[in-house]
Design a protein around this ligand. Sequence first.
Ligand SMILES: [Zn+2]
Length: 429
Amino acid sequence: MKDVRVIKINIGAPTAAQTLLRLEAGALWRRLVKLHKYCRRKQLSWPTQGQLEKHFKNRFSLHSQTIQALIGKFIANIDSTRAKRKSGDKKARYPWRDKKKFQVVMWKVSAIKRQGNRLSLSNGKTGQKLQVKLPTNLPMGKIVAAELGFRELRITLSNEVVEPLSAGLNVVAGDMGVIHTTVMTDGVKSLGIVGRGLRSLIQGKNRKLAIYSELLSKTKKGSRRNRKLRIAKARMLAKYRQRVHNLLHHTANRMIDFCVEREAGTLVVGDITEMSCGARQKKKGSRRTNQMNSGNPLGQLYNYLAYKGRLKGVTLKMQNEAFSSQFCPVCGKCHKPTGRTYYCRHCGYIGVRDNVGATNQLNKYHHNGRMLENTFIPPDALKYLRPVALRQNVVVRLTVGTLLNTTLNPALTADAVEVNPSVVLDFVA
Ligand SMILES: [Zn+2]
């Protein structure tokens, strides 16, 4: 199985060589845009990828594959615009910005050489090689592609890994929400991941965005104040994205860890794609809840879950989550809970709302999309975790509350303690 991942490396302020390359790629891009524009105006047939590659061969101080990659990106842009226009989107525009200075520089396998933590990127016969120092803690794998942007280098790592065995035959179902990003259960144990940190990030971002748009509306387009505000806004958004990215990675790690711990090879989550953008807008709710729902980056979390799960033998499955938070697991009547607790007016069942939702999802999965009463009861064992990195347990406790009166025997390492606990007892005595 191939494990392919893209990693972003912060390389700091651009060096002269990097700027030169990005300018060169920008020049090629401008030529492409102008050429295409000209063809459109004169109603000539549009050049194909092959024709463009032939035309621009050896004309820029870039690797031949870099030029091809940029042309490929341009053609992909055109194709997607054409598809959009065909499906009725009249606002979609073909590439038209021919004043753009910089462009991302892309390298393919044949232009990449790596020696230890040094990366050397070839730029054709006329261009100088670009040398970049890689961080030492990169994951294993061969670098198959690289992209140079402003202050960052993105590399694609491909690693051949052994297909993991399924984590087990059990099933874990999750109920996704806002207060708790998720509550998961396998019918015996439940785990909740607290989502308050994520919510506060989203709210903070929305508040700041409102302030920025208010300030921006008072400035003239093109003025210095306008430019400074736009830069500050972009910086704020970049920081927000990084923090959300970090939080979601930790959340996904905790979720997959729970599945592995419960020996579950399947993780069932609510299908959010079924709720289309239009339906989301139509759905009644206060402005507050609407903001929460549209800003909740669940799709991003699902992507992380899918690839992290694949590496640990957990398959992600989607399921319609209709009525799963309203169904009473004991008597089977439906009603909407208010607040964090679920209370059934018919049979008097009381439970934690998200725990009930997760159990009902599990119920649904086991009965082909239907929920049956009195089959899966929400477990009492519910634990909450915050989405943070788990601290590695480095300190091994030798005694409980008593002092060792000898110096530590060097032969008695932490490993030995774990292998044979009786050694510790002798030692203490
Ligand atoms: Zn009931």
